[in-house]
Design a protein around this ligand. Sequence first.
Ligand code: ADP
Ligand code: MG
Length: 660
Amino acid sequence: MEVVCQGYRLYIEPVRLILHASNISFTETLAGGDQKHVYIINEEKLMISSYKEVINYACTRCFKSDQWRNDNPEDFCFDAIPFSDKNLPKLEQYYLKLADAIVAGNPPPSDPAEFLSEYVEILKEKRFLAGRAWTPCDIFLWEIIKTLDAIHQKPKIPELYKFCERLETLVPLRRYLVSSDSYYRPFTEKVPSIFMKRNEVFQKKLPAICHFVMSEGVLMASQKKLADSNELVEFCDHVPFSCYPKKISKGELTSLLEIQKKWNVLLNAMGRDFDWISHHLSSMIEREDFVRRLYNISKKCKAYPHTQKTFFAILRNDFMYHSLQNRWLQVEYNVIAITFMPFSDKLQRLHKQIAENYFEEQADYHLSENMALLEEGLLAAYNCYGNPKAIVLIIVLPKFETNIFEQRTIEKRLFDHGIHCIRASFEDVWKNHKFDESTGTLTVFGQEVGLVYMRAGYQPDHYVSEEDWKAREVIEMSRAIKCPTVDYQLINFKIFQVYLARDEVLARFVPKMEEREKIQENFAKFWELEDPKEIPKILALVEEDPSLYVLKPQREGGANNYFGQDIIDKFKTLSHEDLSTYILMEKIDSSPHIGFMVKNKNMVVSPCTSEFGVYGYILSDPEKMIKSNVGGTLVRTKPTSHSEGGITAGFGVLDSFIYE
Ligand code: ADP
Ligand code: MG
């Protein structure tokens, strides 16, 4: 089949989309003449030339295509076709009027929100217009929404953008949508694509934007050897960042922040339940040296009277949007060495200025106050210690620290309050400490330690010698407050996510069913790999489609997980003992959006997905929560070609969000 049209998007795009979504092969011949004049030369070499007939032809072919039937199993097909026949004319007519208005430089016909309200109602019930089956009506609705978005007239209705994300999960359609050809295609010769416009502005302003980011102090350090000597010199560059924020609806953000409040309570309750931790970690303690060592430290502290009983942690819950399931799923929660809090605030403010100054867009922002949250938490914890002369001990790795500016920003904020920090590795601590066993007081380099802020210590290779472990032990034994205490660190192991997914386990900490249901709304599916009898069944499941899973060890810090075929390889090569320390998780599939990602002052425009973190902190004593707060956010965006999105690990970029 041959589709003859102009190279623009207006009028022809719904035809392209219907054909792509149905996997119907066709060639596109670009012709001159009227943009509206689209025609198809079918397999019998007959020409179908009126717009209506072209659509009818594409629709009929689509319903007959194998792809359509695969996407829409038989049960759902029968009412989809009559639904489409009945509703398509109205959507098609609105789309054509909208296209005519754009060509004529007029505002959209009637009130878009009013026109779309009928479909929003249907979507609320059915997600896809005809229920679970997509039809050409969905394609027209999608194109109407995207066209309105391009002319900044899209009504702010969450159902509409969720619907778009859902439609974009159709595999052949996604393949088409993420090609640069389709996102750069202009609407008409006079109306460029928004991506092309953004790209032009960002390319032109890139040096300025990079320096704005740098002048805000959003920096990373690196070391390089000078050309003709062996001398190592420190350089700094901006943190990899995105130029344009990801969109999220206000309602979604509010509910993620609400959920974080519940997580604060839940994580504290878990971290305070040592018997429960001991029981659930028992096999992991046997098999994983790292877990065993941390656990033994915690146990030893329980027998020592002067260990600090006030616990503190900064938390971040990470979520990704699962487009097909239409919900945010928790990737993981983090209890230790939470990064990027100050930078995320700064990038968000910069994004706001970029939108206002370069695009004259008055977007709606929830300004993230991570630094204020962090400051509030750290000060509250420090003050609990009760000695205004005590220092904050920041535990870092002895190696060169790329994230030094972010850590120093926090140190500087404490300095503003007259609080001094000492950065030290475990080795430094071990060599330069004094521990008063009769009181539990820890001094390092001759100064009393009030708060220990762990920015290292979450991976086995952070402990290179027995002395490093001894340093960790003495820190934990002491009466200094820890961020986090080893008990909180123990519940950070990913296996706990699997346990929490069982209702009876969650019920121990969250007795009210409605509260539990709220938390469970974000749970992904997990498979435990403990029982050897289950492994062949689980492997068969993965082999069916490995792209649906992620295999995770009990590790933090990025780049530890296995995706796709690598999961099968691990299943086949690891002993059962070793495999049982991993968890298998459902892969969260977010529909990509187009990102403008900058690394080393170079911008890459590509399809990407975002992960959304929500920060909080908890400060508690054994009887009660002393203080708990939530509020800040972190958005990390990565190209879809990468499975993991860590920024320090080099995969993703720092991003922010705006409200839909
Ligand atoms: P880490 O402790 O190493 O940060 P995570 O569980 O956060 O471990 O995984 C690292 C990254 O891998 C995440 O930031 C995300 O990009 C990706 N990832 C993890 N779990 C999933 C999942 N279930 N679906 C899709 N991507 C995932
Ligand atoms: Mg993570």
